[in-house]
Design a binder for this molecule. Structure first.
Ligand SMILES: [Fe+2]
Ligand SMILES: [Fe+2]
Length: 251
């Protein structure tokens, strides 16, 4: 089961993923506090010490992967309207599968809905009121993901599905951009102050344990690698292509 999940995430064989990742995996990439602590003493003089990844940093860098998927969705929606053939369904399917496995089944179901939301729900004021909306958005997101998986598994996107697919992608992006912005700026800080600094380290270790159970030792790195492959397949790997043009000159 663990291997099946990991293969869903990677789309490549477990052995292949291990070889690819072993070359770039460093202790500073790990979200395990314990692992980082063990490596602190190995730091050479003059070298920067490995940085611990806290529980909230872990959640926010997962949002980073999900936001990169949203950028793929937005770009795909724009291209679908211009030239549907320019969006290979299999590349888009890989992005949707990454969101399902890493975003919905792991980040949302195993972390936010178990550890974060129940504590924020008990806090006074506005943050608690957000929780039901955020949970509703998780459910709606999964419905949209089911639809996206159904369409993108086809060899060719039917002409009649191009506009509905573009709209579904855009509505998902709009919802999830707002969703993660509220989580990053309101929900996670409230949760962090509610659990307290002392407990954060043990929760970070618990998050890492869950990640290892689901994806192996290097789940975040595998997801990042997968994201980069998807961006390359869609011709989106060059950051410079997204630099905005100069603004109009004012007279
Ligand atoms: Fe969420
Ligand atoms: Fe989230």
């Amino acid at each position: 089961m663990d291997e099946k999940r990991r293969q869903l995430l990677t789309g490549i064989s477990l052995a292949g993923a291990a070889v690819v990742l072993s070359a770039c995996h460093t202790p500073s990439n790990s979200s395990s506090s314990a692992t980082n602590d063990e490596n602190k003493n190995d730091t050479a003089p003059g070298e920067a010490a490995p940085v611990d990844v806290t529980a909230t940093e872990d959640l926010m860098r997962e949002h980073g992967i999900l936001r990169r998927t949203l950028l793929v969705y937005q770009e795909s929606a724009t291209r679908l309207r211009q030239d549907p053939a320019s969006v290979p369904p299999d590349a888009l399917e890989k992005a949707v599968t990454l969101f399902r496995v890493f975003g919905e089944d792991y980040h949302e179901k195993k972390l936010e809905e178990v550890f974060i939301f129940p504590i924020v729900k008990k806090s006074p004021g506005t943050p608690a009121m957000y929780v039901d909306v955020l949970l509703g958005q998780h459910v709606r997101g999964r419905e949209i993901t089911d639809y996206l998986l159904g369409i993108t598994k086809l060899d060719r996107i039917p002409f009649s599905s191009v506009e509905p697919l573009a709209k579904a992608l855009e509505s998902f992006v709009r919802m999830y951009e707002h969703h993660t912005a509220i989580e990053d700026t309101v929900i996670f800080p409230v949760w962090k102050s509610a659990v307290g600094e002392a407990e954060l380290d043990s929760i970070a270790a618990k998050f890492e344990e869950i990640e290892v159970q689901l994806f192996g030792e290097d789940g975040f790195e595998v997801a990042l690698k997968r994201m980069e492959e998807i961006e390359t397949a869609l011709g989106m790997s060059n950051l410079e292509m997204f630099t905005a043009p100069a603004p109009p000159k004012t007279s």
